[in-house]
Design a protein around this ligand. Sequence first.
Ligand code: ZN
Length: 238
Amino acid sequence: MRKRSQLIMLLGAIICICAAAVFSEEPAAKPVSAGMVSTAFERPLLIIDAGHGGADGGCVSVDGTPEKGINLSILQTMRDAAAIMGYDVVCTRESDVSIHDEGITGLSKQKKSDMDNRLAIINKYEGAVAVSIHQNQFTDQKYSGAQMFYPKASEESHALAEALRGRVVSTLQSTNERETKPVGDELFLLNNAKCPIVMAECGFLSNEGEAARLESPVYQKQMALTLLFGVNDYIFSK
Ligand SMILES: [Zn+2]
């Protein structure tokens, strides 16, 4: 784990330059050659899940934008930045698709197959850390703010959730008081994953102001890097 931390520290400088560009909206820093990465280091494995996709749009914002595209955009930035930092990265989907088995008809059966296949991807690897990206929705439009959910039986997932929450508060939402929350048995993916996993509800699409931010490509990048820094914090703590 020490070598893993050294690798992340070494490459952390690179991502900080990229993050500074994203958060300040200044032009991106000059690219750094990937040739400086030593293969002698053990690379941490990050699995990223973008919720929904294809016919399943997830929840819908006040202006009619489905959650699935926001989730995917955040995943894409997280994926690319994590790769620069030296992570091995696996994604459950990288386009607007449901990953159900071929030949399955009917939305509910496709959804079940899709979830089974997401879980199979997550549980295929040893020693991974997983983040499932979603957006929230509530009938009362006044609620806003990101919140992290974790499987109640997993202390490591709880620690990961706290690390992500810490970064959200320190980087993006200083007044966010939403505590991390354990989920019940109803959340199939979280409760059956073998690795530390968090469902990141990045914000409420039912809140006009937050929906506008979440639909902004700049804010999507900020959220992606915030979540990634949270993953870093968790791995550093090992
Ligand atoms: Zn969702």
